[in-house]
Design a protein around this ligand. Structure first.
Ligand SMILES: [Mn+2]
Length: 374
């Protein structure tokens, strides 16, 4: 009895506003379907943020529906819970042919009982988990969408692995399939393993670029984990101080494109000592690579504010606004704390999602500024 645990998919997300990047995520989903079939798993687990938003584009729903059809035709169940990005996604998941777990019931996958709790709120998470555990009474595997302190990679007030284990251990859970954190990680408590496979495509520059899904094998009774690598779009991230170094980046981009058959993403930071470097880099990079990002490694505050990547603004929507605000705050702090303070003051005067901004700062290890908000 094997399961395939897939991390945050965020279907429908379009990093950098590029349709190619939206397609990248669907391509990875297809790879996951092939892996599930090849490894003859009994079920694919999708613990939340399956879609990037509560109103996923039609292509995202169609991509999931196609994946679910192929999987079900091979006798593979597809189980999901909703995450914070797609908390209202039950309808879309079910439309795509995916079984949705709400928390009050468990589903049978062969000899295993799989439970799951859809995301509701960080504040009530442990309480919600406790009532879910009480109502289902027994499960071998449980899906949650929540950040746990030990695997967060950044400080914050999150439930600990022990707290989660104290609730799920007694009902027999041996594997907790987790979503929410985009970096992979595993913790073991007693006979229970808790794992984040990490997101399936690179969705932020601070994520590790190597992606995988987790094969969970229950053949011997206890779960045995194997990471199955995913082929995602290659990326080059480099700081350059002169033209020769930039030429090195371009050569690397070309050989990566030839080797992988797709243009790599190219993120270049220009050393501040290279006067006029940003303009030089932008014009020299030309059409090499996809999703080119050029920024200064360090400059004065006004230039820094001007260097903020606000290309997202043209795609502004109610859904994206809090995310964009978080990004702008974190970026402004990274560049200059005075600008960051100014942005926070502006946020203070509006009804901003402070808790989200605070968590985002912590994620970027901007602890001092996060304290301003607490
Ligand atoms: Mn996510």
């Amino acid at each position: 009895m094997k399961l395939l645990h897939v991390g945050d998919a965020h279907l429908g997300v379009r990093p950098g506003g590029l349709p190619e990047r939206e397609q990248d995520v669907y391509d990875v989903l297809n790879q996951i379907v092939e892996l599930a079939v090849a490894h003859q798993v009994s079920a694919v687990l999708l613990p939340g943020d399956v879609f990037d938003s509560n109103r996923p584009p039609g292509r995202a729903v169609a991509a999931l529906a196609k994946a679910a059809r192929t999987l079900t035709a091979s006798g593979i169940q597809v189980l999901a819970i909703s995450g914070n990005h797609d908390s209202e996604s039950q309808h879309w998941l079910e439309l795509a042919g995916v079984e949705h777990l709400s928390g009050s019931s468990a589903l049978r996958v062969g000899s295993l009982l799989v439970g799951g709790l859809s995301y509701q709120s960080h504040k009530t998470f442990l309480e919600d988990l406790r009532s879910a555990a009480e109502s289902i009474a027994a499960a071998d595997v449980f899906m949650i969408h929540e950040t746990v302190a030990e695997l967060a990679g950044f400080p914050g007030s999150y439930p600990s692995v022990d707290e989660v284990h104290r609730i799920l251990g007694p009902i027999g859970v041996k594997y907790v399939a987790m979503g929410d954190v985009h970096d992979p990680g595993t913790e073991v408590r007693g006979s229970c393993t808790l794992t984040y496979p990490g997101s399936i495509e690179l969705l932020a520059t601070n994520e590790p670029a190597d992606k995988h899904v987790v094969l969970v094998d229950f053949t011997t009774g206890d779960p045995v984990l194997t990471n199955l690598p995913l082929k995602t779009r290659p990326i080059i991230q480099q700081t350059v101080a002169n033209m020769a170094e930039l030429e090195g980046v371009i050569a690397a981009a070309q050989s990566l494109a030839e080797a992988s058959g797709r243009e790599p993403m190219v993120y270049v930071q220009v050393d501040r000592a290279w006067v006029g470097g940003v303009r030089e880099v932008k014009s020299t990079l030309g059409s090499h690579g996809l999703m080119r990002r050029v920024s200064l490694s360090d400059t004065d505050s006004l230039t820094k504010l001007g260097a903020l990547d606000l290309s997202e603004v043209s795609r502004w929507s109610r859904d994206k606004a809090p995310e964009l605000i978080r990004e702008v705050v974190a970026k402004s702090f990274e560049r200059d704390s005075a600008v960051g303070e100014m942005v926070l003051t502006l946020l203070d005067k509006t009804s901003s999602p402070k808790e989200q901004v605070r968590n985002h700062l912590l994620k970027h290890k901007l602890n001092t500024y996060a304290e301003v908000l607490s």
